[in-house]
Write a protein that binds this ligand. Sequence first.
Ligand SMILES: O=C(O)C(=O)C[C@]1(C(=O)O)C=C[C@@H](O)C=C1
Length: 311
Amino acid sequence: MTPSSASRYTYLGPEGTFTEAALRTLPEAATRDLVPMVSVPAAFDAVRNGEAGGSFAAIENSVEGGVSATLDELATGAPLMIYREVLLPISFALLVRPGTALGDVKTVTGHPVAQPQVRNWLAAHLPHAHWESAASNADGARLVQEGRYDGAFAGEFAAARYHLEPLVSEIHDTVNAQTRFVLVGQPGRPAAPTGADKTSAVVWLGDDRPGALLELLQEFSVRGVNLMRIESRPTGGGLGRYCFSIDAEGHITDRRVGDALMGLKRICPKVRFLGSYPRADEVRPQVRPGTTDAEFTEASEWLGRALDGRI
Ligand SMILES: O=C(O)C(=O)C[C@]1(C(=O)O)C=C[C@@H](O)C=C1
């Protein structure tokens, strides 16, 4: 990778997406070359083939759940790792060409993750409008500028970029909706522990048999590791074949987390570590008695003494 490609960060474009807005909240974004891409896979591939040092993508929305394009990219293909996360409050504006009235809006567009966030508003205010999905909310705004649709649900900040007007602002069916974004890069050393961290992994179960998922969960439960998200995603290997995308509280250097991952490695055919990184909400985990690093160290020292006959 050349120094110029290392300083390049790709993101889901075109300009004016929520992804770009979230990326710009990272302090280092000011000194990076931010490159919009047509899709999350294209943005991640630029990192895989050395054309970019990092890529930024939405991974989870508080209304719609996991963002499949990102989860599937991280589970398959050449491995990437997560180094940072950002939370962004999401509120939409209905962007239209200047002069358009609400009664003129017959067709609307936006990212598929936007639709469930504005569904009730649409049903109440534009019940007959026809929705079609766009590659991103900003791409929807671009399509409205081109005259392909009458309105786009996007961040209000995208209006000026596409010479549109916000006809209605602050549209959100659920108050305090948030999207979580991640910065990914080539596999490397995990981000340093902060005490308020998250660990992500993808786990494949072996044979389809009773209790397999329970065994996976027990690796976390017996070590007092709290799961923040667990989601099944199809492996592509046929109906009923799923892998599990997991976020757990804590850092891989926390003994209880590292030990849980080793437990998974022993019982599952495949585990992909996706990184340990600081939690955007900076919440520190409540560590259950018996699962602190000191207690793990004490227990392994005890085992060492037992092996030496120093009981
Ligand atoms: O289309 C955009 O503006 C995006 O940044 C993508 C995206 C997503 O992928 O979830 C980001 C946040 C919103 O919740 C809806 C769409």
